[in-house]
Design a binder for this molecule. Sequence first.
Ligand code: NAD
Length: 476
Amino acid sequence: MATMIIEGDRTKAASGKTYEVRNPATGDVVDEVPAGGPADVDKAAQAAAKAFTTWSRLPANKRAEVLHKASQHMLQKVEQIAPILTREQGKTILESRIEAQRFGENIAWFADLADKIHGEHVRLPDLTTYGLVVRKPIGVCGAIVPWNFPLTLAANKVAPAIAAGNTVVLKPASTTPLATLACIEALIEGGLPEGVVNVVLGQATGEAIVSHPLIRKIALTGSTPTGKKVMASAAEGLKKVTLELGGSDPCIVLDDADLEGAARAISVGRFFNCGQACLAVKRLYVQEGAYDALLEKLVARASKLKPGNGMDKDSRMGPMHTETQRAEVEAQVKDAVDRGAKVAHGAGRPQGGDYDKGWFIEPTILEDVPDGARMWTEEVFGPALPVRRIKDLDEGLRLANDSQFGLGSSIWTTSMAAAYRAVQEIEAGYTWVNALQIAHDELPFGGTKQSGFGKEHGVEAFLQYTEEKSVVYGGI
Ligand code: NAD
């Protein structure tokens, strides 16, 4: 049975309650897990506060050294961790390897920043004084993570937090705790001191983290409704919040685009991780002259994406993570079809044999999806793509911005002027121009509008795990 990681303890829930984690491809029980609650969060927050007194005072270059060693050790375990992730989440083993690798690389990337960020010296009018702006870690940070990319999204919070000298109480999604535990355990084996990152498990621990008085900052990746609840509850304790929420990324393809490149990026962007990604091509707007050729390429690519158990090396797309999640996507597709959309590919479930044991779904492409359909107005968190013809860039930009969300966006064109307009006018935290929608370590990532605020990745993320303090030295 899995246990929580709280300082030196590998512990069950204080209540003694447990729940089962199941494999989305087979329905089999993967492990039994403690169903933690407020008492466990309290213990973890106390442990993190204790660890903060030593971790935050460690010279920054030593902290960097510890984190580099720990991440190197973790990276040697990618092959052991990846199957755990596939069994609990459903994604293909290739996707799991990439994700486990990214976890370790992210820790190393922020370790490099630990001793590179500094404050400022400020001249004051009175020359018998001088001013400083010093940067300090915040304290204990809460990290709340969803199930779609359990490792990447944990690392996005844990890595900058601990590199800056903070300590963490981490809560994975209740259905995907196991690979996260393995990653944190590997960091500890590699030399990360106990108590710097504590892992609590169970649905009820999220709210307890947000309301715990010792926890000073909350970073959440999750849905927009959860983000609103977390922000309201964090306001009680005036905590800092970073909210990485839902998205419905538009992609515009113009007549002059490299259609092969666009088809590849859109296919990866929509179907990677069985479409369960915040950053994903979720609304496609194609200019008339490119429409037929691009659609043909997209359908050809979708038809090669064989759904299957992620552990099977022939599978190109795992199952959806839960039955509810699949039902939601199927309802969105049905809504579009009922309103008159045309199925270009998929729109069903692969059936028979092992397919009937898991939450499998076909990659789906729909044409002529009418205005007002749920696929345009809601986030589609699965492998289904609505495509629409546009006359020109103006129409594409208008439709791109016709959404409550503002996370990612992309444009495919060889016109510098068109690309420039897209960068200027699309309301989103990220615009890719003729490029695959990948979040780079080096660039700050985060949304606008209902997709949240605050940044992960980049120097910006590191800074958001520090507080500035002004100092005046007098009597000189
Ligand atoms: P979710 O909002 O249901 O849950 C996310 C996490 O929050 C889970 O750990 C959950 O237990 C916890 N949680 C739920 N209610 C809480 C509360 N009241 N207080 C504290 N914690 C609470 O999201 P999900 O279904 O696990 O993930 C899918 C959503 O995440 C999608 O909307 C997706 O777009 C979004 N997402 C966003 C990003 C991004 O970076 N912007 C990345 C990945 C996923």
